[in-house]
Design a protein around this ligand. Structure first.
Ligand code: ATP
Ligand code: MG
Length: 513
């Protein structure tokens, strides 16, 4: 006989009428939300819709301005992430928080009151290994964080929370940094965690992922819940419409007939990584005016070093880089910018933008030495503001308020700001790494349109991405990088995700897999 108490089991987490505002802007407004035991609950919404804020409220990082939170039917008042962790709630943030010179095992132990005198190093490592194996999520417990790929670091973040035995696991855009294969491994782990009776919140912009891994979906728009549906009843199209309030099509590429002269010519390039190994290992590549060349590869195969080597942020130890026929191999970054390289890095806040300055200042950052922004030693504030306002409107950058540090914009809006700045300065080459990573459908469309517009204006575009959909949608020619070398090349018309995927994993085309 069914136990009546069982039937009316209260949700693991319930939010009632949650409001949270920042500087007068409602990031969450009147939000009701419930998370059941054993479910994967997806949160969807445009950039800036309030997903991370809602997650952070549940994880105890932000205190709501009003409303209440219940766990298993009891009102709780979480004052800090530490409180939340003690209550069984853990969150993996969009930006990781591991200590990079400690080992995996040491990171797991960090902040755990039970560890310390009780456990020896080898016991700790054995536990870490066992935990990884249980969820088919292996990591080397003795490795130091800086030695791990981003995907592996994320596993450590998750294992760290499982080590603390959380019942509620919040994953804020976990797949944005993963390869498709790593993503699948994560989904399997998520499923088995849910099957054990844990509850998961999953944030993603990729509707097919939401469709694959979640049981229920809540959609936010401008801080408010606009719908909650069982995943099985929701078609991706419907979800997209709920998010943006209208139908949306991503731009598709028309082949470019007007490919011009070579602009960026890379010959036998060698660039060492932070450990001194040749991460780019004798790579040659040409990008012509009006052409998008896409570089596909599993992350960590030399993409970062290739981009930074060309731009001048990393030292080139062999080979050459030519820009419009001029050798710029060892030219300074500043000179390269002047010569016409625009660069959209993967790490928006670390490298692309000045986190503490406001949006308008960031938009003028690269040109502040030149008129009209400066006149001798004086900066012209008015010129900053005018240009800023223009770009903010033109590129639909939302959430900007005067004086608000740009780091507080949502991920998608940060990316729009970075691209706006880069493409509006004089340049002949655009190098972009994963430009739509973490962007919502609408922002992705804006960025893709910009990249295609660049190409149509005759800019040579080098697109480095782990997202095959993106590469296939934008590139005129595709090149696959593996262990620092080009292992395959094809025109867009001959490229398929399958063919690229095989090359990316190190299978050559001659010997069938
Ligand atoms: N600490 C903060 N200070 C000021 N404003 C903030 C802060 N955190 C978020 N916001 C603002 O609140 C709104 C909601 O942001 P949030 O980060 O929750 O969005 P999101 O849905 O997670 O977006 P994304 O998909 O880009 O990650 C945005 O307008 C953002 O600029
Ligand atoms: Mg977010």
């Amino acid at each position: 006989m069914a136990d009546p108490a069982q039937i009316s089991t209260p949700p693991a987490v319930e939010l009632r009428k949650i409001d949270k505002s920042f500087y007068g802007v409602l990031a969450n407004a009147d939000v009701d939300f419930s998370l059941s035991r054993g479910e994967v609950h997806a949160l969807l919404g445009e950039n800036g819709a309030g997903k991370s804020t809602l997650c952070s409220v549940i994880a105890g990082l932000y205190r709501p301005d009003s409303g209440e939170m219940l766990m298993d039917g009891e009102v709780v008042d979480l004052k800090s992430p530490k409180d939340a962790l003690a209550a069984g709630i853990g969150m993996v943030y969009q930006h990781f928080r591991l200590v990079s010179n400690l080992t995996v095992a040491e990171n797991l132990a960090l902040g755990n009151p039970e560890v310390g005198l009780r456990l020896s190093q080898s016991e700790l490592e054995a536990e870490a290994r066992e935990l990884g194996e249980r969820y088919d999520f292996p990591v080397d417990p003795t490795a130091r964080i800086w030695q791990l790929s981003v995907g592996q670091q994320q596993r450590v973040e998750i294992l760290k929370l499982l080590y603390r035995n959380v019942r509620i696991l919040i994953l804020d855009e976990p797949t944005a940094v993963l390869t498709p294969q790593e993503g699948q491994a994560l989904f399997r782990a998520m499923r088995s965690l849910a099957d054990e009776g844990r509850s998961l919140i999953f944030v993603s912009h990729k509707l097919h992922e939401v469709k694959q891994v979640s049981d229920r979906v809540t959609v936010l728009r401008e801080g408010r819940v606009v719908g909650e549906v069982a995943t099985a009843d929701a078609e991706p199209r419907d979800l997209a419409r709920m998010m943006v309030g209208k139908d949306l099509e991503l731009p598709t590429r028309e082949p470019n007939a007007a490919i011009g002269e070579p602009v960026l010519v890379v010959k036998d390039l060698v660039v060492a990584d932070d450990r001194g190994l040749d991460a780019v290992d004798g790579l040659s590549l040409t990008v012509s005016a009006g052409e998008v060349v896409g570089i596909a590869g599993v992350s960590g195969n030399g993409q970062r070093e290739l981009a930074q080597g060309i731009v001048g942020l990393m030292k080139v130890s062999g080979g050459s880089v030519e820009l419009s026929g001029k050798d710029v191999t060892s030219t300074s970054v500043l000179r390269k910018i002047k010569r016409g390289i625009a660069y959209v890095p993967q790490n928006r806040l670390g490298m692309g933008l000045a986190p503490g300055l406001d949006t308008e200042d960031n938009l003028a950052l690269k040109q502040f030495r030149e008129p009209p922004y400066s006149n001798g030693p004086m900066l012209n504030q008015k010129a900053f503001k005018t240009k800023g306002a223009e770009l903010i409107k033109g590129f639909d950058i939302r959430g900007v308020r005067p004086g608000l540090p740009i780091r507080l914009l949502s991920g998608g809006n940060l990316q729009k700001a970075l691209i706006a700045r880069e493409v509006t300065q004089d340049h002949c080459v655009l190098i972009a790494r994963s430009p739509t990573r973490g962007l919502d459908v609408g922002a992705t469309a804006v960025v893709r349109e910009q990249i295609l517009a660049e190409r149509d204006r005759g800019i040579a575009v080098l697109l480095i991405s782990e997202d095959l959909d993106e590469l296939l949608a934008l590139s005129d020619r595709l090149v696959v990088i593996y262990e620092g070398k080009i292992v395959g090349e094809m025109p867009a018309s001959e490229a398929t995700a399958e063919r690229l995927g095989l090359l990316m994993s190190g299978h050559s085309e001659e010997q069938p897999a």
